[in-house]
Design a protein around this ligand. Sequence first.
Ligand code: EPU
Length: 337
Amino acid sequence: MIYHDIKISNTFSLEAVAATYIEYGSVEELRRDLPGAQEPFLHVGGGSNLLFATPRFEGTVFHNCDRSVDVIADEGDSVLVRAGGGLKWDRFVQWCVEQGYYGTENLSLIPGEVGAAAVQNIGAYGAEVKDIIERVEAYDIIDGVEVSLGRDECNYAYRSSLFKSDAGRRYFVIAVVFCLSRQRRLNLSYGALKDIDGEKATLKDVRDAIIAIRRDKLPDPEEIGSAGSFFMNPVVPVSQYEALAEQYPDMPHYPAADGLVKLSAGWMIDRCGLKGIACGHAGVYQKQALVLVNLGGATSEEILALADEVINSVEKKFGVTLRPEVQIVKAKAPAQK
Ligand code: EPU
């Protein structure tokens, strides 16, 4: 257990330290280190979806470093694979593609780790990770027991899950069991994949195409700090979409759960003329307006001020309120007695 300030990695490249940082590789280690750890707790993956509103987190940051990957059942067309929560997501995708297992390829190159992918229900190019999750193995920090939650118990929805809710914060994701397919089953429904030849393409072709699209549109976290999409795409009633479509007939829209309509936040931000604008050292990415970037030396205040400007502009022009996809961490020093 480490009891001094530790820089917490985050793909926004902001300076952030934690009073206490605990890396664990197994449930046994977590069970040993949890008692007495200072609250509040923050469980992090690769830091690819976090924005630290304060530079010092006055609590305990936990990080799972179980990077194991094991085939636990192999029957007919289906393969069950258990991956440790600390395994880098894209390394897992690469491994699946190399094994000839279908299911993860559309989610290539998404930053972060396996555990966070299951918390966030990562999605891209017509796929969501929930579609290949069989179950999530977690540690219940309140009852001190290991639990195995089937996909249906995880309350998955667009970029959301049980683990993001207040009720689910008691669970630290230890590992995820995926159900993958040996059977050729490509998902090329998303518009940007229309040029891929569905008859001939291999798993690796799809992965390479997705990597090329992402590299073209999204900043490389190694070069430009960002957290991917900063906002979620808003989901609105059909009547609200229809009213907007009268004014903006070319507005992109997609069917969403419960008969609602998903709008494109990036398109709306772009239409507000905000692409490329800056607030101090924080900017709206030139190639994808849904992404806020650290232009170099940005503070969290600058990023949050820019986010507010974006929210206000979209609200004013379209009457739609954008919500951050990024988790904003606000833990301050506990009040002195
Ligand atoms: N668009 C613009 N201008 C922009 C950005 C987008 O006009 O600056 C338009 C595009 O032309 C397109 C539509 O908006 O018609 C949607 O854009 P895109 O396909 O790039 O997808 P997105 O809705 O902006 C979502 C995910 C991404 C994911 C892509 C591809 C969310 C919040 N974001 O973005 O996920 O990679 O679809 O599937 O759902 C992430 O979550 O961090 C992320 C990058």
